[in-house]
Ligand binder design. Structure first.
Ligand code: PNS
Length: 165
């Protein structure tokens, strides 16, 4: 049984994240979507909201929920992986811009724990330009992100950010 941890801020989860998760399910038996609990990052959605929105997005997409856990974590990611008995960290890569940051994190995590391996999956090219931050900005300014995020996420973004709210 290969158990991968898919960590992130997921503030909120996008179609890019969903495509990584779907591809990850081809390679790994179990995936834990681990939502970073760090209020210092001043997220738009609380960690409880991010978990609930992520769960709803996964159910709406019809993914195999028996193989997916949604959890939150704080502190060092490698310590969380160890607590969960997971040996793989799953991360998505979009453009080259992601590469340097991801390489740095993967090497730091390897330095901290050599038993845990970071694996990258390329995001679906339809979502190469999609990020949670850009979706929030576009929605805040009245733009349509309904094709870039799962339906429950679009509804939650509109409820929080639609101009005039
Ligand atoms: O979605 P994000 O914001 O790119 O995810 C970043 C995340 C959560 C993977 C990263 O910030 C993280 O692992 N934080 C936990 C703290 C940690 O372990 N830091 C040292 C490793 S670089």
């Amino acid at each position: 049984m290969t158990h991968a941890i898919y960590p992130g801020s997921f503030d909120p989860i996008t179609n890019g994240h969903m495509s990584i998760l779907e591809s990850g399910l081809v390679s790994f038996d179990r995936i834990t979507v681990a939502v970073l609990n760090n209020e210092k990052k001043q997220p738009l959605f609380s960690v409880e909201e991010r978990i609930e929105i992520t769960r709803s997005a996964i159910e709406t997409r019809g993914l195999d929920t028996s193989r997916i856990e949604i959890d939150s974590f704080d502190g060092l990611l490698v310590n969380y992986c160890q607590r969960k008995n997971a040996t793989v960290i799953l991360r998505g890569l979009r453009a080259v811009a992601d590469f340097e940051y991801e390489l740095q994190m993967a090497n730091m995590n390897r330095h901290l724990n050599t038993d845990i391996v970071t694996t990258f999956i390329m995001a679906n090219d339809a979502y190469f330009y999609v990020s949670s931050n850009l979706c929030k900005e576009v929605c805040r300014l009245g733009g349509d992100v309904s094709k870039l995020v799962p339906p429950p996420v679009d509804a939650r973004l509109l409820a929080k950010l639609k101009p005039g709210k």
